[in-house]
Structure formats: C-alpha cells, structure tokens
Design a protein around this ligand. Structure first.
Ligand code: UFG
Length: 345
C-alpha cells in the first residue's frame, strides 16, 4: 500500500492521552501541526507562544501570548490553565545565526528552558516532550545515524539543544521529571488539509525555497555545492513529514503519561534525498522548470544526514505515514501554491 493512501483523519489518538496539554511554541511550524493533531484527537490544548516566529493564524487552540523566559507570565498561564503536561517547541533554530550570535541561543534555548522546567516543578507538572534535533550529533561518523551515535554538536544551536537534553536527564534523575527528547531530521511538508505549512522569515530551508521558485517568487534556486562525496555531488538529507512528526509527539506524550520516565529517539524515515533529487521531484510536481545554479558550499553543511535506529518504532509505535519525498513535496506544494503569503494570509 502506498504511504500516501493513509489520511491524517483516520489515525486514532494514542490511547490514554489526556490533557490539558500546554504547547510552548504551538503557533510555529511543527508546533502548530502538533496542536492540530491534539485538537483532532480531542485532547484539551493551550498554546503559549510569543509570536516572534510563530503566526497567530496558525494557532489551532486557545492562544496565550507570552515569553517562555518571563517567569511570572508563564506561571500565570500554568495557574490559569492547569496543564497536565507540556510539549516544548520554542527555540531559536537557525544554525548560521547561532554561530554569529550564540548569546541569543544560550539565553533563549537553554536559560528559558530552565525557567520553564522550574515553573513546571513549582506547579507539579511532570511530563515534557522536547524538540531536539539531529544537529546534536554533529559531523556524522557513520550514516545512517542511530541514537547511539556520539553527540558532538558543531554549532551553538546543536550545543544548546544537547544542553537541554542533559538538563532533562538530570531533572529526571533528581526530581522525577518524565521527559522525551525527539531528535528531528529535516522537518518538511504541510498539513494535508492545506491550511498549515512552513513559513519562516527569512526562509532558509531548501523545500520552501525551491517551491517559491516554482511559484515565480524567486528567480532560481542556488545549490550549495555539488562537490560532496555523494552520488550526484549534492548534500543528502532525511526529510520527514511535519504531520508524521506531530503524531510522534502525541505518541511520546502518551508513553510519558503511562509512566515511562525517559525517551530519546530519532524521528526520521531512514531515507535520504540529495538537493538535486529534491529539485527534480519539485519540477515534476509543479510542472515548472525551476532554474538552479551551483554556488559554493554553505559552511557547516555535512554531506549526508539520514536517520537510523528503530527506537521511535519500538518505543512509540511510530511509523512515518507520508515518508516518501513525493508525498512531502505534494503537500508542501499544495500549501505554498494556495497560500502564496504563507501563514501571513
Ligand atoms: N540547500 C541548498 N540551497 C538552498 C538551501 C539549502 O542547496 O537555498 C541545501 C543545504 O546546503 C542542505 C540541504 O539543502 O544540504 C538542506 O538544507 P536546509 O537548510 O533545508 O536544512 P538543513 O539540513 O541545513 O537544516 C536542518 C534543520 C535544522 C537542523 C539542521 C541540522 O532545518 O534545524 O538540519 O544540520 F539544525
């Protein structure tokens, strides 16, 4: 059966999952899809987001506008909405910016997460699902990258995410926190109903940029290097559908609520696609020639990042349903071609 024949609406909620769930960063890209999934499953959900990169129009549940670093504001939201559990997406997540302005990353990712964990402790909230990243592995020493791969991040972004993983482990040991760190590979795609999708300002990710060329919003796509040790010379990445990521968060939270204390797992499909393969597939789907030009490598790009390991399947019962590149691009194309201003209208 083709992965594309399943529909998001047909998946039941993970059994035993209860709310209220407070989703920090729930108006952002992956957060908004996760909120939509929680709501679809009937789980009471509240969004806490400062809208610095998220969008009001992406909020699919009650939205509290606030900063995660503002302890009083956060505490007020906890007092008012009495969440049972937290899913935490709020972060600065540009690798390049983290190199030039690491202070912002240590403050907003590490320090503010500490604020969140302390508020959770004060309020007796014991379950958290956290957005980690394959960037915590750093330069791969072997591919596919399973969860036992050494974690030696090379960017401040990856380092801050690994610091948070360590904080969670220590809070679990000392205070009985139950925590899941989900290490995403390249999140991509859009909701199958076409209403939610990727909209970063500025956009730096390959798939939305390629599709913006197909829409005539950019003249060409720049390929950052074609002299990598890969079959066609361009970088290979493991793209994972944002709705598959969303389902994994619910599954992880259900496991924590059932009493599991610690989960660390990759979220990827096990497949990888080169930059040229992505552009080629986008040409087929959009019917546009998508002019491309090879330029110099982008600093810090490893040649190949593809997930390995079976923990997500074994621990969460998670399997990607839209794991094929064509499915991911198809949904992204529907979103970008119908919502030309992205989540901004
Ligand atoms: N690329 C281009 N041209 C572009 C944009 C990207 O050739 O205009 C290439 C990149 O060099 C890379 C691939 O397309 O090889 C994918 O790039 P993205 O920027 O879409 O994604 P990254 O792999 O750089 O980033 C992802 C996540 C980050 C995470 C990082 C870990 O988006 O959050 O992987 O390395 F930190």
């Amino acid at each position: 059966m083709s992965a594309s024949s399943s529909s998001a609406g047909s998946t039941p909620a993970p059994s035993g999952l209860t709310g209220p769930v407070l989703v920090i960063g729930g108006a952002g890209y992956i957060g908004s899809h996760t909120v939509a999934e929680l709501v679809r499953c009937g789980v009471p959900t509240i969004i806490y987001d400062n809208l610095s990169t998220g969008h009001r129009s992406a909020a699919r549940a009650t939205l509290v506008v606030g900063d995660m670093g503002n302890r009083e504001q956060l505490l007020r939201a906890f007092r008012e909405h009495r969440p049972r559990s937290v899913i935490h997406f709020a972060a600065k997540c540009f690798v390049g910016e983290s190199v030039t302005d690491p202070a912002k990353y240590y403050l907003e990712n590490v320090v503010y997460t500490h604020t969140l964990l302390e508020v959770m402790r004060e309020r007796g909230v014991q379950e958290i699902v956290f957005s980690s990243t394959c960037a915590t592995y750093g330069e791969p020493v072997r591919v596919p990258i399973d969860e036992t791969h050494p974690q030696v991040p090379i960017s401040p972004y990856g380092k801050t995410k690994l610091h948070i993983e360590h904080m969670l482990e220590d809070y679990t040991r000392a205070y009985g926190l139950r925590a899941a760190a989900l290490r995403y590979f390249n999140a991509a795609g859009a909701s199958q109903d076409g209403t939610l999708g990727e909209d970063h300002q500025p956009e730096t990710h390959l798939i939305p940029l390629v599709l913006q060329v197909a829409l005539g919003q950019r003249p060409e796509i720049l390929i950052f290097g074609d002299d990598y040790p890969t079959p066609d010379g361009t970088c290979i990445r493991g793209y994972v559908h944002v709705e598959d990521l969303a389902r994994a968060h619910l599954a992880a939270l259900a496991r924590l609520q059932a009493g599991v204390s610690s989960i660390r797992c990759n979220l990827g499909t096990g497949s990888g696609y080169s930059v040229r393969e992505v552009i080629e597939a986008a040409r087929r789907i959009s019917g546009h020639p998508i002019p491309a030009r090879v330029v110099a490598r982008r600093e810090g790009d490893p040649p190949c990042l593809v997930s390995g390991g079976t923990r997500a399947r074994d621990l969460l019962g998670w399997q990607p349903q839209r794991g094929e590149l064509e499915d991911i691009l198809h949904d992204a194309w529907r979103f970008h071609s119908t919502k030309r201003n992205g989540m901004r209208g």
